[in-house]
Write a protein that binds this ligand. Sequence first.
Ligand code: ZN
Length: 200
Amino acid sequence: MESEDVLTRFRRMGALLDGHFRLSSGLHSPSYLQCALVLQHPEEAESLGRALAECLASLASGHLDPTAVLSPALGGLIIGHEVARALGVRAIFAERAEGTLTLRRGFDLAVRDRVVVVEDVLTTGLSTRETMSVARATGATVVAACAIINRSGSQSPVDVPFAALTAINPPTYQPDACPLCALGVPVVKPGSRRTESGRG
Ligand code: ZN
Protein backbone atom coordinates (compact mmCIF):
# COMPACT_ATOMS: atom_id res chain seq x y z
CA MET A 1 0.00 0.00 0.00
CA GLU A 2 1.52 3.31 -1.09
CA SER A 3 1.66 6.25 1.30
CA GLU A 4 -0.47 8.39 -1.05
CA ASP A 5 -3.12 5.63 -1.27
CA VAL A 6 -3.53 5.76 2.50
CA LEU A 7 -4.05 9.53 2.54
CA THR A 8 -6.43 9.32 -0.42
CA ARG A 9 -8.53 6.73 1.44
CA PHE A 10 -8.55 8.87 4.56
CA ARG A 11 -9.62 11.96 2.64
CA ARG A 12 -12.33 10.05 0.77
CA MET A 13 -13.83 8.90 4.07
CA GLY A 14 -13.65 12.29 5.74
CA ALA A 15 -11.01 11.01 8.16
CA LEU A 16 -8.48 13.62 7.04
CA LEU A 17 -10.02 17.05 6.76
CA ASP A 18 -8.70 20.39 5.56
CA GLY A 19 -10.04 23.55 7.20
CA HIS A 20 -9.55 25.27 10.53
CA PHE A 21 -9.74 23.08 13.61
CA ARG A 22 -9.31 23.37 17.35
CA LEU A 23 -7.56 20.17 18.41
CA SER A 24 -8.08 18.49 21.78
CA SER A 25 -4.72 19.99 22.80
CA GLY A 26 -6.26 23.47 22.36
CA LEU A 27 -3.96 24.22 19.42
CA HIS A 28 -5.39 25.26 16.05
CA SER A 29 -4.55 23.41 12.82
CA PRO A 30 -5.57 23.48 9.14
CA SER A 31 -5.72 19.67 9.23
CA TYR A 32 -7.69 17.13 11.27
CA LEU A 33 -7.31 13.36 11.45
CA GLN A 34 -9.87 10.86 12.78
CA CYS A 35 -8.81 7.27 12.10
CA ALA A 36 -12.05 5.84 13.50
CA LEU A 37 -13.87 7.07 10.39
CA VAL A 38 -11.76 4.71 8.28
CA LEU A 39 -11.57 1.87 10.80
CA GLN A 40 -15.37 1.75 11.16
CA HIS A 41 -15.29 -0.13 7.83
CA PRO A 42 -14.09 -3.67 8.60
CA GLU A 43 -12.70 -4.25 5.11
CA GLU A 44 -10.63 -1.05 5.35
CA ALA A 45 -9.36 -1.97 8.80
CA GLU A 46 -8.41 -5.44 7.61
CA SER A 47 -6.60 -4.05 4.58
CA LEU A 48 -4.64 -1.51 6.68
CA GLY A 49 -3.77 -4.24 9.16
CA ARG A 50 -2.46 -6.47 6.40
CA ALA A 51 -0.39 -3.61 4.96
CA LEU A 52 1.13 -2.87 8.38
CA ALA A 53 1.95 -6.55 8.89
CA GLU A 54 3.78 -6.49 5.53
CA CYS A 55 5.74 -3.40 6.62
CA LEU A 56 6.66 -5.13 9.88
CA ALA A 57 7.86 -8.21 8.01
CA SER A 58 10.21 -6.10 5.91
CA LEU A 59 11.47 -4.17 8.97
CA ALA A 60 13.49 -7.01 10.39
CA SER A 61 13.97 -9.07 7.23
CA GLY A 62 11.25 -11.38 8.52
CA HIS A 63 12.92 -12.17 11.84
CA LEU A 64 10.48 -10.45 14.19
CA ASP A 65 8.76 -13.73 15.10
CA PRO A 66 6.00 -11.90 17.00
CA THR A 67 3.77 -13.80 19.42
CA ALA A 68 1.36 -11.01 20.40
CA VAL A 69 0.11 -7.56 19.49
CA LEU A 70 -0.42 -5.07 22.30
CA SER A 71 -2.36 -1.85 21.69
CA PRO A 72 -3.38 1.07 23.87
CA ALA A 73 -7.16 1.46 24.22
CA LEU A 74 -9.13 2.93 22.59
CA GLY A 75 -7.42 4.18 19.45
CA GLY A 76 -5.19 1.15 18.95
CA LEU A 77 -7.84 -1.52 19.47
CA ILE A 78 -9.22 -2.10 15.99
CA ILE A 79 -6.00 -1.72 14.05
CA GLY A 80 -4.18 -3.84 16.66
CA HIS A 81 -6.72 -6.59 16.15
CA GLU A 82 -6.29 -6.46 12.36
CA VAL A 83 -2.49 -6.43 12.49
CA ALA A 84 -2.68 -9.44 14.82
CA ARG A 85 -5.00 -11.21 12.39
CA ALA A 86 -2.51 -10.65 9.57
CA LEU A 87 0.44 -11.77 11.72
CA GLY A 88 -1.44 -14.80 13.02
CA VAL A 89 -0.96 -13.86 16.68
CA ARG A 90 -3.28 -12.81 19.51
CA ALA A 91 -4.32 -9.19 20.09
CA ILE A 92 -4.50 -7.76 23.59
CA PHE A 93 -4.84 -4.21 24.83
CA ALA A 94 -3.73 -2.00 27.69
CA GLU A 95 -6.14 0.46 29.25
CA ARG A 96 -6.03 3.19 31.87
CA ALA A 97 -6.81 2.39 35.47
CA GLU A 98 -6.50 5.45 37.73
CA GLY A 99 -4.38 7.17 35.11
CA THR A 100 -1.92 4.33 34.58
CA LEU A 101 -1.86 2.17 31.46
CA THR A 102 -2.20 -1.44 32.54
CA LEU A 103 -3.21 -4.96 31.46
CA ARG A 104 -6.63 -5.96 32.78
CA ARG A 105 -9.30 -8.57 31.93
CA GLY A 106 -6.88 -11.43 32.55
CA PHE A 107 -4.63 -10.35 29.66
CA ASP A 108 -1.07 -11.45 30.28
CA LEU A 109 2.31 -11.60 28.59
CA ALA A 110 5.13 -13.99 29.42
CA VAL A 111 8.92 -13.63 29.26
CA ARG A 112 8.94 -15.65 26.04
CA ASP A 113 6.49 -13.27 24.33
CA ARG A 114 7.68 -11.12 21.44
CA VAL A 115 5.37 -8.14 21.31
CA VAL A 116 4.46 -5.69 18.54
CA VAL A 117 2.91 -2.46 19.84
CA VAL A 118 0.25 -1.13 17.45
CA GLU A 119 -1.34 2.34 17.42
CA ASP A 120 -3.64 4.14 15.01
CA VAL A 121 -1.70 7.43 15.03
CA LEU A 122 1.66 8.12 16.58
CA THR A 123 1.84 11.80 17.52
CA THR A 124 4.33 12.39 20.33
CA GLY A 125 5.07 8.69 20.79
CA LEU A 126 4.17 8.96 24.47
CA SER A 127 1.29 6.49 24.28
CA THR A 128 3.35 3.96 22.28
CA ARG A 129 6.26 4.25 24.73
CA GLU A 130 3.88 3.79 27.67
CA THR A 131 2.42 0.68 26.02
CA MET A 132 5.93 -0.67 25.41
CA SER A 133 6.63 -0.20 29.13
CA VAL A 134 3.53 -2.23 30.00
CA ALA A 135 4.85 -5.11 27.87
CA ARG A 136 8.40 -4.85 29.20
CA ALA A 137 7.16 -4.84 32.80
CA THR A 138 5.96 -8.41 32.24
CA GLY A 139 9.42 -9.49 31.06
CA ALA A 140 8.28 -9.78 27.43
CA THR A 141 10.38 -8.37 24.58
CA VAL A 142 9.03 -5.54 22.42
CA VAL A 143 10.27 -6.41 18.93
CA ALA A 144 8.65 -3.57 16.96
CA ALA A 145 6.05 -0.82 17.01
CA CYS A 146 3.83 0.50 14.25
CA ALA A 147 1.06 2.99 13.50
CA ILE A 148 -1.13 3.64 10.48
CA ILE A 149 -0.02 7.27 10.46
CA ASN A 150 3.15 8.80 11.85
CA ARG A 151 2.71 12.47 12.67
CA SER A 152 5.72 12.71 14.99
CA GLY A 153 8.05 14.21 12.40
CA SER A 154 10.59 11.49 13.24
CA GLN A 155 11.24 8.28 11.32
CA SER A 156 12.31 6.45 14.47
CA PRO A 157 10.20 7.89 17.30
CA VAL A 158 10.69 4.88 19.63
CA ASP A 159 13.65 2.68 20.63
CA VAL A 160 12.50 -0.37 18.63
CA PRO A 161 12.08 -0.80 14.84
CA PHE A 162 9.07 1.32 13.80
CA ALA A 163 6.78 1.13 10.76
CA ALA A 164 3.98 3.43 9.56
CA LEU A 165 1.96 3.38 6.35
CA THR A 166 2.31 7.12 5.90
CA ALA A 167 3.53 10.27 7.60
CA ILE A 168 1.90 13.67 7.85
CA ASN A 169 3.12 16.78 9.61
CA PRO A 170 0.31 19.35 9.66
CA PRO A 171 1.22 22.66 11.30
CA THR A 172 -0.35 23.62 14.62
CA TYR A 173 -0.72 27.11 16.07
CA GLN A 174 -1.38 28.73 19.40
CA PRO A 175 -4.85 30.31 19.08
CA ASP A 176 -3.46 33.84 19.49
CA ALA A 177 -0.91 33.23 16.71
CA CYS A 178 -3.17 31.32 14.30
CA PRO A 179 -3.10 32.70 10.74
CA LEU A 180 -6.55 31.22 10.03
CA CYS A 181 -8.02 33.05 13.03
CA ALA A 182 -6.30 36.19 11.76
CA LEU A 183 -8.14 35.72 8.46
CA GLY A 184 -11.45 35.39 10.32
CA VAL A 185 -12.02 31.75 9.28
CA PRO A 186 -14.47 30.13 11.75
CA VAL A 187 -12.76 27.44 13.86
CA VAL A 188 -14.33 23.98 14.08
CA LYS A 189 -14.11 21.69 17.06
CA PRO A 190 -13.72 18.28 15.37
CA GLY A 191 -16.47 15.80 16.06
CA SER A 192 -18.96 18.51 16.95
CA ARG A 193 -19.73 19.40 13.31
CA ARG A 194 -20.28 23.01 14.18
CA THR A 195 -18.19 26.11 14.49
CA GLU A 196 -17.13 27.56 17.82
CA SER A 197 -19.08 30.72 17.07
CA GLY A 198 -22.23 28.57 17.09
CA ARG A 199 -23.97 27.13 20.13
CA GLY A 200 -21.77 26.31 23.09
ZN1 ZN B 1 -7.20 29.40 14.51
